[in-house]
Structures are given as C-alpha cells and as structure tokens.
Write a protein that binds this ligand. Structure first.
Ligand SMILES: [Zn+2]
Length: 394
C-alpha cells in the first residue's frame, strides 16, 4: 500500500490531485475507470470521468453545488468519458452556476446533444424547483481544444499538448503559486511530454507496473505477448501505439524531471509497489513513484493520503449525533419553544445525522414543500431553510 499519512478533507489543502478512478477499461472491483480531480483552494477540475466517477464523487460529497467547476477530457475513449453526459446534465441543473467544459472535438456537439436530448428531463427536474431549463441561456462555457492551448480558469493556468494515442488525446498541465500538476492522458512514447511536464511537482501518468506474480522470474511468454499486444494496439491503419512500455514511461518521466510520478490507468494484476519503484529508479527516473489508488490524494510536497469519504464516514458519527439530539429533545420536552421545534424537525427527519435533510429523508409537509424550502438549491434543507416552514404554515 501507499504510505498514507492521514485521512484529510480537501478543505485542508491548497493544491492537490485526487485519483478518483485508477483503473482501465477492464472491469476491476477495486479500481473504477479513469478520473482525476485537481483542486486549488476549493476550485475543482475533473479530468476524465469514466464509469464509476459519479459514485466516487458522491462518496466524497462532491455533487450539486460542490460538484467540480470544470469538466475536462483527455480523449473520447469510453473508459475516460462514459460519465461525461450525466456530469454535464447535473451541472445544467444548477442555473447560474457557471462551469467550464473542455476537451477534444466533438466535445461541443456532446454538450449540445445533452441539452437537446435531455431538454424534457431537465425541464421536468427543474420545474419541481420552480425553474425551467433554457437551452439558449444555460450556464456552460465550452472550449474545443486541439492541444497547444494555454488559458486561465479561476486563477489556475491550464496548458495542453497533443500526445500520441490511438485517437486524438490531450495532456493537461495545471500551474498555480509556482506549483504544477500534469495529467498525461493515455499515451505512447513522445519526446513532447517532457516540455509540458518540465519540472512538474506531480506527473499523473498512464502507467505500467511490476506485478508481484512475475517479479522473480522473467515474464513468461504469454505475459510478454499480452503486454506487447496491449502497448502496440493500434487503430485501423493508424500505426500509432496506444500506450508506452515501462522503459518508455521511465524515459519520459526522467526527461521531464518530475518530482513525483503517480501511476494510474492500472489493470487487475497484483502490484509489487516496491519492485515497481525500484524498476523506475533503475531505468533512470529518480523522483518519487506512487502507485495510484482510488481516493488517493497527492500534494506537491510529496504527501499522499486517502481522502475522507464524507458520505460514509458521516454515518459513523451519525448515530452518536442522532442519539445526542434525541436525548436533548427529550430533555427539552417541558420547555418546548420555537427553537427546540426547529431542532425537532431536524432530528425527526435527519436520519443519517448529517445535520441536513435530503429529499429522501423529508416527509409530509416538509417533503411537499421541499423545493420551495431549499432556497440555495443544493438538494438539502439546512436548519436555516427549515425555519421557513413556519412561514409556509401561516
Ligand atoms: Zn484511451
């Protein structure tokens, strides 16, 4: 396992990358498909969103108004973009909440398609919140990228290059406060990556690992064949290799002089992390090697830790919180006033103890008036929003 220093929350960190999904197209219960979240002081850039991304974002509480501010794609392979359309759909549901979409063509057509195809559905969902979906006045900014662009979004500089893969693919670099994070995208060997990734603090790499099954022997011939088939896979008459070999990855990382390389896009083999790190070292890459894992967060100073899953860890505290509130409301039974009434509504409906009421938790008149009460449209009722129940009753 990676050295996990502690469990933290994104709010505690200025600049980081979290591996949301460290897997590949091959089904793996331990690794969902490709996705990485670059975060700078609460501004969140989601790079790629393969199958499983939304589930993991939900576990981290990064949905609704907490959802990523920018949706970026490296390329249009299904293990990188499967959840792009549902992500766009959920961003369109929050009027006024501007968001950036960027990636290779036809990303603009995918956004237009989402708006057309889901127009009725968006209208239906927004109507229950007293709004309508206006496709001509929606809240996205779309950038079609070719590679080579450099632009700023919310104070973070984003640079791109095209990298060789079986279809048009981009690598991204994020620069802020003299620190940098690079996401390689899927790629075969190129001497162009070293320019984009020059002196990067963190290089998140389409990686190869040393498996513990073949550490002590030479790779057997079927393994060799499979690996070479995977890295040589080509598309049609295009002769570009899809992925780089471990030697080529080491060469690109060394040439870029990255401080930390995070290996991702991993298969189902059992990984020997120690052997993997020493292999890269023996191939000339002297930076730190980190084997990626879902929810692993890495900061430019080289620390790594698993991000706290708010939606599951909360349930641990939930029982205690709920117990406290219940005993409080029993104690307050004889001094019933409007403030304990507020607490009472919260404790009656907040079954998971997260101090807010979801639509599923609400019942009766609170449920009926849910969307009128949810004035900030985050899909939850706070104590403050609950106060308006009194006004509705009057
Ligand atoms: Zn790919």
């Amino acid at each position: 396992m990676n050295k996990v220093t502690s469990n933290k929350n994104l709010d505690d960190i200025d600049f980081s990358v979290t591996i949301i999904g460290s897997g590949s197209p091959q089904y793996n219960p331990n690794r969902t498909q490709a996705s990485a979240l670059v975060q700078y002081k609460g501004i969140k850039f989601l790079v790629d969103m393969g199958n499983g991304t939304i589930e993991h974002l939900n576990e981290l509480g990064l949905t609704g108004r907490n959802a990523p501010d920018a949706l970026l794609l490296t390329h249009h392979h299904i293990d990188h973009n499967a959840e792009f359309i549902p992500m766009v759909h959920s961003k369109l549901m929050i009027p006024g909440n501007k968001f950036l979409v960027a990636g290779p063509s036809p990303i603009d057509e995918m956004v237009d398609y989402t708006k057309k195809f889901y127009k009725e559905d968006l209208n239906y969902r927004m109507k229950s919140r007293g709004r309508t979906f206006d496709e001509n006045n929606s809240n996205e900014i779309v950038k079609v990228l070719k590679g080579g662009e450099s632009f700023e979004y919310k104070g973070v500089k984003i640079s791109t290059i095209e990298v060789p893969h079986s279809i048009k693919t981009l690598a991204y670099r994020f620069d802020v406060d003299g620190k940098s994070i690079v996401i390689s995208g899927d790629l075969s060997y190129t001497n162009k990556l070293q320019k984009l990734a020059k002196n990067a603090d963190i290089l998140v790499m389409d990686g190869k690992i040393v498996s513990s099954q073949n550490r002590n022997k030479n790779q057997n011939s079927s393994n060799k064949k499979r690996n070479s088939r995977n890295s040589q896979r080509t598309s049609g008459n295009n002769s570009v290799k899809a992925h780089a070999s471990i030697e080529e990855i080491a060469k690109m990382a060394k040439a870029s002089n990255a401080k930390i390389m995070v290996l991702t896009h991993l298969g189902t083999q059992v990984i020997d992390e120690k052997a993997t790190a020493s292999k890269y070292s023996s191939l000339g890459f002297k930076g730190k090697v980190i084997v990626g894992a879902d929810f692993l967060t890495i900061t430019p100073d080289g620390n790594s830790f698993m991000l706290v899953k708010t939606n599951t860890s909360n349930t641990t505290n939930a029982t205690q919180k709920r117990a406290n509130r219940n005993s409080q409301s029993i104690n307050n039974r004889n001094t019933y006033n409007s403030s304990s009434q507020k607490r009472d509504l919260m404790s009656r409906f907040d079954t998971n103890g997260d101090d807010r009421i979801s639509e599923a938790e609400a019942k009766g008149s609170v449920k009926e008036n849910f969307f009128r009460l949810d004035t900030n449209n985050d899909g939850f009722l706070s104590t403050k929003e609950l106060r308006n129940m009194r006004n509705l009753r009057n």
